[in-house]
Design a protein around this ligand. Structure first.
Ligand SMILES: [Zn+2]
Length: 336
């Protein structure tokens, strides 16, 4: 066998080096892909900095904050993690139980029971994004509630909260809180940014905002009213969802502060759909939970004609309103 010439050897080494660096790049990309994105700024390029308390820790290359895979999830800052997991399963499979019941079943204080409930709900995102064929739209009106503010009802201006129920015949449903006060077409445009399949037709009780919305989105539309319904149309599917929400909010929870209404909407949709959902990842529950007041303020400023009134002054150590607002914005964009 003829030994390779020096030139051939150099060539083989070059080929091997190129192959090695290619392989390294693939392995590096794989390692980074398996790391969770930064919960503070969503940066995907994060460094692994070791293991602490059996959990991998990382440092973000952009904002330099360190975090673990648990940071920002609903389990973040929870000491009785096992208990919390049972509590979560209980809530999501059995639906609403009173906080008093949960306190005695899990041996926790009422504030913890309340926080756990909303930490679980803040991680849900069950609105559908795709609708097809005949799509029912229904405007459900709830009274604006400041429950828990420890102020008299007479201290506040009365107003209506508009929740649009969307439903099609493939059991796709969405409930979107769109306005406090008088409903406008622009509220529907801002919140009902779903994907509509081929030849979508909106069906609903006539109201000018539904009519204008369908026109602007180039959707077919058929409306009916009490006195004018020649095709005997109805909106039974969306009516049923509205009734379920009313039952949950009014009969089971005995009223819910409007600030938390979106959380209860997600709960209802989850229990009804029985779909599996991602509890962590794209919607960091901790930031949604600690940013509830801030996101409600944002909603209020954009979709209400009344002045906002702050009812909670709780402050969390590992949360800033900027971080919270960016994650809430992300959640709202996806879920509405
Ligand atoms: Zn970061």
């Amino acid at each position: 066998m003829i030994p390779p010439t020096p030139a051939q050897r150099r060539n083989t080494i070059c080929v091997l080096k190129a192959e090695h660096s290619k392989q390294l790049k693939i392995e590096k990309a794989l390692a980074f892909a398996n790391r969770p994105p930064c919960p503070y700024c969503a940066q995907k390029h994060v460094y692994s900095v070791g293991v602490k308390s059996q959990i991998k820790h990382y440092r973000c290359s952009k904002c330099r904050k360190s975090f673990s895979a648990r940071t920002g999830t609903s389990e973040y800052w929870i000491h009785k993690k096992e208990s919390f997991r049972h509590y979560m399963t209980d809530m999501l499979s059995n639906g609403h139980k009173t906080l008093k019941q949960m306190c005695s079943e899990y041996n926790i204080s009422s504030l913890t029971a309340f926080d756990w409930r909303h930490k679980v709900l803040a991680s849900l995102n069950c609105n559908q994004e795709n609708f097809n064929g005949l799509i029912e739209l229904r405007n459900s009106i709830f009274k604006l509630s400041w429950k828990g503010s420890r102020k008299s009802v007479n201290d506040f201006e009365l107003s209506n909260v508009h929740i649009i129920v969307s439903a099609d015949h493939n059991k796709n449903t969405a409930l979107s809180m769109v306005r406090i006060g008088n409903l406008k077409t622009s509220d529907l445009e801002a919140h009902l940014n779903f994907n509509f399949g081929e030849n979508p037709v909106v069906v609903g009780r006539y109201q000018i905002s539904f009519h204008d919305f369908s026109k602007k989105r180039n959707l077919g539309a058929t409306f009916f009213s009490k006195t004018n319904n020649p095709h005997e149309l109805d909106d039974k599917m969306s009516e049923e969802i509205e009734n379920d929400l009313r039952f949950l909010v009014q009969n089971k929870a005995h009223g819910v502060s409007t600030k938390y209404l979106n959380n209860y909407i997600q709960w209802l949709l989850f229990v009804k759909s029985k779909k599996s959902i991602t509890m962590h990842g794209a919607h960091p529950a901790w930031f949604n939970f600690t940013g509830t007041e801030h996101s409600f303020k944002q909603f209020f400023n954009c979709f209400s004609d009344m002045p906002y009134f702050r009812t909670s002054f709780r402050i969390w150590k590992k949360s800033t309103e900027t971080i919270a607002s960016s994650s809430i914005k992300n959640r709202l964009t996806i879920s509405s």
